[in-house]
Design a binder for this molecule. Structure first.
Ligand SMILES: CC(C)(COP(=O)(O)OP(=O)(O)OC[C@H]1O[C@@H](n2cnc3c(N)ncnc32)[C@H](O)[C@@H]1OP(=O)(O)O)[C@@H](O)C(=O)NCCC(=O)NCCS
Length: 176
């Protein structure tokens, strides 16, 4: 029913529309800090420079869901979890973000499908050893899916990496 494939620059409008809608709904439902925005320029630059892997789930050609992964360790969040963190270079970390499933397509496990597809891609990069993600502590949907894909909940990130956006950190050591 769904085709999973990398998104390209042609998908930017559809991704931004999906993201705008999530933000609008979250704001209306008191979940304004559940989702951290990715700016259009960040998405475009990431796709153009191949710094950002964006995967989409398509249904009859329509973008139903997306997820992205960048390389690196934003604010040193991941490294601080590891005992020998001095030895860990940023390029060993993949950071999953922008998990969005359109409301009409929720309940088909698409976040998990996309997380799994991301991991398959990530394993092709021999430098990557760890993958992580952050989620609002009340976002039970995302937390459940990340845990089901083997990410461990490492608890609240202190201080909040995005002020006003409380986050828990989920982390997985890749099994090669
Ligand atoms: C998190 C998210 C990607 C999960 O979508 P998903 O993969 O379709 O979720 P699941 O398949 O695990 O859904 C399980 C159940 O929860 C429901 N559900 C999922 N997300 C929901 C939400 N945000 N609000 C209410 N119910 C939701 C599904 O409808 C399904 O219900 P069912 O069992 O009765 O059919 C989706 O909620 C979403 O796009 N949220 C907005 C963006 C966001 O918060 N991203 C995560 C940032 S960390």
């Amino acid at each position: 029913m769904f085709t999973i494939k990398p998104c390209s620059i042609e998908d930017v409008d559809a991704i931004m529309d999906m993201q705008d809608h999530v933000i609008e709904v979250n704001n209306k439902t008191g979940r304004g800090n559940w989702y951290i925005v990715t700016e259009r320029c960040e998405l475009e630059d990431g796709l153009k420079n191949n710094d950002l892997l964006v995967l989409g789930a398509y249904s009859a050609g329509e973008l139903a869901a997306c997820i992205a992964m960048s390389i690196g360790d934003p604010q040193g969040m991941f490294k601080s979890l590891l005992n020998n963190h001095q030895n860990n270079e940023d390029k060993q970390f993949g950071y999953a973000k922008m998990a969005i499933v359109k409301e009409a397509y929720r309940g088909h496990g698409l976040q998990r499908t996309l997380l799994h597809a991301l991991e398959v891609e990530v394993l092709k990069n021999p430098q990557l050893k760890y993958i992580g993600a952050i989620a609002h502590p009340d976002n039970s949907f995302s937390l459940k899916n990340l845990k089901a894909e083997g990410y461990e909940n490492k608890g609240r990130v202190v201080p909040d990496p995005h002020p006003g956006y409380p986050r828990v950190l989920l982390f997985k050591t890749l099994d090669r």
